[in-house]
Structures are given as C-alpha cells and as structure tokens.
Design a protein. Structure first.
Length: 222
C-alpha cells in the first residue's frame, strides 16, 4: 500500500498511466461499432432546449464518461473522487475534453456540491456516480437527489452495453470494454425530483431507473 501511494504521488507516472488509459479508450472507440440511444425527452431537453441535466451512472460504468461530451457536443463536468486513485482517471478525462469537479461524500463534499450547483446554474450538464466513490455498489446516495431538488434539473439514468467486456476485480467490478465490440450508450427517461419530496423514495426510483437502463443497454447489443 505504501508503494502504491508513492507511485500515485509521482505526477509524471500518473500522467503516463492516465494517457495510456485515454489511448485505450480511443482504441475502443475506433475499433467498435458504437451507437447512442437517448429517450425523446432527453433529446428535447439537451439537444433542442440546451437545458443542463444531471447524468447518473453506476461507478462501474465510469470508463464511459467521455461519451457524454460526444452526446452533448459541448463541455460537461464530472464529479470525481478526491482520492489519489482518481488522479489517473482525471488525466484521461481531461484529455477527452471533460471538466472535473473533485470531491466526494467524505472528502471535499460540501465544496464539490457548491461547484456542481454553480456549473448547473451556468447552463452546463454534470455527470455523477451516485454509488461512488466507495459504494455500496449500485446503491444511490442522497447527494444526487439533493442536487436535483435544489437545482431543479432532471436526472438522466445512463448505461452502456458492450458485446465484449471484462470486469475488473474492484469493489464495483468496473466494466472495461474490449476493442472490436458492438456497443450502445443508452440515456433513459429523465427523473424529476420535487423540492419537498422525501429522499428515500426518490433514491429507490433512481436505482430502479439506472438498473432498467443497464438491462436495456445489455439487450440492445444482443
């Protein structure tokens, strides 16, 4: 563990590994047949009205974050854990034109929340993994719901299905798509969170919505 911390404190090494991760992502994109399927209401909000939304996907799908910029055709901001491990992901995300907001439920949470509110108020969409940064996997925490309630922005559940993928031995069993795949990036129906509504039912609704989108994305590649 100490050796790992030493490596992650080496900026040159972090940049190198992040660059390699970005290169792998590009290899996946140019060798795979990828299509994007968005709910008509999402198309209306994002493409026609240019309204900011809160994209929500499981932490295991975080590899696919650069596709949000592809869909929006403009900058988006991603909430990324302040943990050192996330520095590598941060390098890859920046190289793909993604803006970063660092923070989590345990480190820099309040500051990150205010930054996300500012980004949404400025007209830019944000991306969150509501079960991150350390789980439990596929369980929605309250932060994304509170952000939706206070900003008035809709939450859009997102998932990607790939015909060829590998699951990493991480706490969330992250998905690593393999080159030469058929893949589909699915953006489900938006979820609105009334300001006075209780949190728990909305958390359960969002969990169901993301899981439904995961199943739909898997079906679409078969």
């Amino acid at each position: 563990m100490a050796q790992k911390r030493t490596l992650l404190n080496n900026r040159a090494l972090v940049w190198l590994v992040g660059s390699l991760l970005n290169a792998y992502g590009q290899l996946f994109l140019i060798t795979s047949r990828l299509r994007i399927e968005a709910d008509p209401e999402v198309e209306r909000l994002v493409r026609e009205q240019r309204v900011p939304v809160i994209y929500a996907l499981w932490h295991s799908h975080v590899f696919f974050v650069p596709l949000f910029r592809t869909y929006e055709r403009r900058a988006v901001s991603v909430l990324l854990s302040a943990h050192r491990d996330a520095q590598i992901v941060g390098v890859a995300a920046r190289l793909r034109g993604i803006r970063l907001v660092f923070g989590s439920s345990t480190r820099g949470g309040a500051k990150a929340y205010l930054q996300l509110m500012s980004v949404l108020q400025g007209g830019q969409s944000v991306v969150m993994t509501p079960d991150g940064p350390k789980g439990p996997a596929e369980r929605v925490k309250s932060g994304v719901i509170r952000l939706a309630q206070q900003s008035g922005c809709a939450i859009v559940p997102v998932a990607l299905g790939s015909s060829r993928l590998h699951r990493l031995k991480s706490w969330d069993r992250s998905l690593l798509p393999l080159p030469f795949s058929k893949a589909v990036f699915v953006l489900g129906a938006p979820l609105y969170c009334p300001a006075e509504a209780p949190l728990e039912p909305l958390q359960q609704q969002l969990e169901t919505a993301i899981q439904t989108t995961v199943v739909l994305a898997a079906d679409r590649v078969n």
